[in-house]
Ligand binder design. Structure first.
Ligand code: PA5
Length: 492
């Protein structure tokens, strides 16, 4: 049972028009740009039907061609993963992931996570949200067995790859010392994504050079996470990897919905995160989605408000304004989730991540005064991880801050957020607040599952299949053809 103060909440009052008795310029603006309660209420029957359809999609094992692809496996994945771990322990998928993570943590002080798109952004979001910001710079004892984490294979940037290889070469001299060893997690569901595959080839060659071409460490410290059928799996099998050392992204879980599969859980466990708490947060959110009425259901609320804004209120730009620097990567994860899921058939909202208050000093002007094409969802964290830092009294007061010496940084941030919302509201620009109780595994588990479920609901409301990414496939095929790996799709 989830305690109320651990639960994520979505508040959308600032996106609603106030009923006005007399005409005022603001009332007119509100009627044009904010949602009417009546319209929201009218959507509820469709919303409930959509929820029912999504719930029953979970039972479909063999989708009809018009339903395909149907990657609804992510919905029950957290529950199934925990349940199987409870029953089978070390022999479950989570048990094996934890064992592999334990091996890496024991054996190496640096882990490079390879992967791109949905096979990268979830892990990165967890790393940035839940580890200390300067984790990689901290000395070994302060990291308490947690390796430093690097991300590569998420582009084709020659110099960034070389910088990482140079750093490893300088820092890692003696392969017999744990603190000078490095390992790799290569995440690719399809197993043939060029960016990830090319980077892995380079790291495999490096591992052969550093550990020796016959060293078992080449297998033990370079761990793939991939689909049931994939060239990456074939490569590792040919290299003698046991099946247990190749964690699986299930067939019915799409890449950008895979953060609670080994694609996200293995990096998370290596980072020393509480994977059970992450999964429990996701389970709690699924339960709320399936069982709670609209008034207590953040998934339905978020999906409905944002769907109406982009489809009916001409607000195609969706800003996720995160009020913690540590959530920027989470914002980018949502950018990809939304763009790849709903950007289809000439439609779909355009996501943007803003980090506040940083971007109030860059995008703020446009959000307040530019085109009226935006819906802003703030993401707020109720309690900071560290003790609130006070402004403090000072002998010199030319900066005039002594008047607020007892205020803390969270006090200032709260004032900034309220003020930004008020400034937007004063000119009928819609905002809503997604509030996390804290930056914890449980809260991030809730948030990520909430956004995945809401994206599916929104897709179904729009009549767009949220699964699959035919647009991305097109570029991948052209690139393979351009490199002479396959025939050009345009000529076939
Ligand atoms: O989320 C998606 O579906 C894509 O962004 C994929 O994650 C990306 O293309 C990488 O695919 P794969 O995991 O097969 O290497």
């Amino acid at each position: 049972m989830q305690l109320a103060d651990e639960a994520l909440e979505y508040s959308y009052q600032n996106a609603l028009a106030q009923p006005a008795e007399t005409w005022t310029p603001l009332a007119e603006l509100q009627a044009k740009h904010l949602l009417s309660r009546v319209r929201l209420q009218a959507l509820l029957p469709t919303l409930n039907m959509t929820r029912g359809q999504i719930a029953s999609d979970r039972e479909i094992i063999d989708p009809k061609p018009e339903q395909a692809p149907l990657h609804s496996g992510f919905i029950d994945l957290p529950f199934r993963t925990l349940e199987s771990h409870r029953r089978k322990g070390d022999a479950s998928e989570l048990g094996r992931v934890l064992a592999l993570a334990g091996r890496l943590r024991e054996q190496v002080d640096r882990v490079v996570v390879l992967g791109i798109g949905g096979s990268y952004l979830g892990g990165r979001a967890l790393f940035e949200a839940l580890l200390p910001t300067h984790h990689n710079e901290m000395p070994v004892p302060s990291r308490m067995g947690k390796p430093r984490i690097y991300f590569e294979g998420n582009g084709l940037d020659n110099d960034s790859l070389q910088d990482l290889l140079d750093m490893l070469e300088i820092a890692c001299v003696d392969p017999d010392l744990r603190d000078e060893r490095w390992g790799v997690i290569a995440v690719s569901k399809g197993g043939n994504t060029l960016e990830t595959a090319a980077a892995l080839r380079v790291f495999r060659a490096e591992a052969a050079r550093f550990y020796g071409s016959h060293s078992p460490r080449r297998r033990q410290l370079l761990i793939p996470v991939t689909g049931v059928k994939s060239p990456l799996r074939d490569l590792c099998k040919a290299d003698g990897y046991p099946d247990d050392d190749i964690p699986i992204v299930p067939e019915n879980v799409g890449e950008r919905f895979s953060v609670f599969s080994p694609a996200g859980l293995l990096p998370a466990a290596v980072m020393g995160l509480d994977t059970r708490a992450l999964l429990l947060g996701a389970v709690a959110m699924t339960k709320r989605f399936l069982e709670e009425p609209f008034e207590r259901n953040p998934v339905l609320q978020f999906a409905a408000v944002n769907y109406l804004m982009s489809e009916e209120m001409q607000k195609p730009i969706r800003v996720m304004a995160v009020w913690s620097k540590k959530l920027e990567a989470l914002g980018l994860w949502y950018d990809q989730l939304l763009a790849e899921s709903l950007g289809k058939q000439g439609r779909g909202p355009t996501p943007i991540t803003a980090v506040e208050t940083r971007d109030l000093h860059s995008r703020g002007q446009q959000h307040q005064d530019g085109a009226r094409d935006k819906m802003i969802n703030n993401v707020l964290v109720k309690s900071s991880r560290a003790q609130p830092i006070p402004i403090g009294m000072a002998d010199r007061n030319e900066d005039e801050l002594n008047a607020i010496s007892r205020k803390t940084f969270p006090d200032l941030a709260a004032a900034a957020c309220q003020s930004a919302n008020q400034a937007y509201r004063d000119v009928a620009r819609p905002t809503a607040d997604l509030t996390l109780p804290a930056l914890s595994e449980h809260a991030i588990g809730q948030l990520m599952q909430m956004l995945m479920l809401a994206t599916v609901v929104e897709g179904r409301l729009m009549g767009i299949n949220p699964y699959g990414e035919p647009g991305v496939k097109a570029y991948k095929q052209h690139m393979r053809a351009a490199l002479g790996l396959t025939k050009s799709p345009s000529n076939s």
